[in-house]
Design a protein around this ligand. Structure first.
Ligand code: SF4
Ligand code: SF4
Length: 115
């Protein structure tokens, strides 16, 4: 649960393990440190991680979609080494405010009222 002071909303999250975020959304950003961590976890090289699991667009590196690390029965197979953006999801920051990603059935924003 996160109380977002600016928007006076309560962010409540309970993952339903539906896999939507790992299979249907594009553009999971992979930072250089994410590539390093995944390479260590998989006991392989940075080069192989980039070649096998990512694509590059406008100098940004993204995970291939659907995510190659998602398995229907197991969920995320690199959970402890997953990219930082996967840690945050479905919490998002837009225009300086926290919000819940649309399409995630486990996240809701509860208005607290009081202006
Ligand atoms: S979309 Fe939401 S509820 Fe579904 S697996 Fe992802 S985080 Fe969990
Ligand atoms: S790295 Fe894991 S949490 Fe992130 S999109 Fe892939 S399967 Fe989902």
């Amino acid at each position: 649960m996160v109380l977002t002071k600016e928007s006076k909303q309560l962010f409540v999250f309970n993952c339903k393990r539906c896999g939507h975020c790992c299979t249907e959304l594009g553009g999971v950003t992979v930072l250089p440190e994410d590539v390093d961590r995944i390479a260590i976890y998989l006991d392989t090289s940075r080069k192989k991680v980039k070649e096998q699991y990512t694509y590059t667009e406008r100098n940004m590196v993204f995970l291939s979609q659907p995510c190659p690390f998602y398995e229907k029965d197991k969920g995320c197979t690199i959970y402890i080494a997953r990219p930082k953006v996967c840690h945050l999801y479905p919490l998002q920051v837009e225009n300086g405010r926290y919000g819940a990603a649309t399409g995630c059935p486990g996240a809701i924003m509860i208005p607290l009222g009081g202006g």
